[in-house]
Design a protein around this ligand. Sequence first.
Ligand SMILES: C[S@@+](CC[C@H](N)C(=O)[O-])C[C@H]1O[C@@H](n2cnc3c(N)ncnc32)[C@H](O)[C@@H]1O
Ligand code: SF4
Ligand code: SF4
Length: 363
Amino acid sequence: MNFTIPIFFSINENIFFNLFAFIHDVKVWNLEFSLTQLLCELIDIEAMSHTNHKAYAKPSYIQFYPTLNCNYSCRFCFNRNLPALKDIDIDDFKSILLTLKHLGIDHIDMLGGEPSLHPDLLRLIDLIDHNGLKTTISTNGTNVNLLTAISETYPKKTVRIGVSLNSEKVSHDLHTYIITFKPILKSVYSKQRILPKSCKAYMGMPGIEYFLLYRDIVNKNDVKYSVPFYRFYHDILKLKKTIGNIDGVFCSGFIPDSIHYPELDFVRCPAGTTKLSLLPNGDMYPCYLFFQFSEFKLGNILVDDFNAIWQHPILNYFRTFEKNNCPKTACSVFHSCHGGCPALSYIFYNKFSGPDPRCVNQE
Ligand SMILES: C[S@@+](CC[C@H](N)C(=O)[O-])C[C@H]1O[C@@H](n2cnc3c(N)ncnc32)[C@H](O)[C@@H]1O
Ligand code: SF4
Ligand code: SF4
């Protein structure tokens, strides 16, 4: 999910390579380089040629996976296909943080995996805070003691916790944490079940913000659980009229969050424009939905110059927007929409410029 602000409103690969790893990496790099070239040549060459080459100084925030471990196995999770990686270690994280701080990036959005399973999460947060950056943390809420420790130490304006409620039950301890510290609550919105039963207690509760997440899909089988974006959009508008504290979260690849990021009006989507996504080994991608495709690796922040990562030619596609290419021209949001998610188009049609499968594969 893209933990950007809703619209209605709206990261171990060791840097000390041994010789074998070095040789191996050189080979991999060459392969990736040629794949990248191939992509630039074969995929969306037309769009690439229309790129406006607007110079973006830096991403506004980084989506960071400190760990890929998780104690849940949610059947809807967009991370289902990711290979295992070692957790980020403190020294690598310090080095990444220095790079981000130097660039002037002021916000790290932590997801994963389950961040609370990282053995040094408190230290990671402490380092972020000491370097003057803000953190948002998405958690499944299983480690209530850790969440309590974080909420007691940091004000919401520097560390914001988002608890994901996707099962039918909320434990007594988690419920107590929620009513005491009022974290953001969020649930994935599915065709079969708009809201889990566990949500009901928090609807309309003063001080609680509840977000419904537009569901990302990672394969053809998932389509039946998703709804077209325009339906989600209108459902949320309806829900908002009756339940004051509910809102929707969806990616700016549909309707840009121009209130918080005016530059999104002029680009295809946030990937490589307002954000980059970072794995625990330092590998950087345009968006977490590309983590499963090594050809979209932009570089490694622990070893590569950030400028080379940020100027990677693959990002030109996301920095370009001329018109919505969606075939559903009669769609109620067609004129505001940027065409949906290019990552899902790539997953389903092997190209960026195809339609969003959630919108076109339903009926
Ligand atoms: C991948 S989880 C990782 C962080 C943590 N384990 C958690 O559950 O919050 C980050 C957020 O993405 C949401 N999420 C997972 N799969 C999703 C999907 N297919 N579509 C939209 N959101 C999804 C989760 O509900 C959670 O709010
Ligand atoms: S314009 Fe197309 S991609 Fe956008 S919401 Fe409508 S159907 Fe979906
Ligand atoms: S590829 Fe773009 S539209 Fe799709 S989830 Fe990532 S940032 Fe959003």
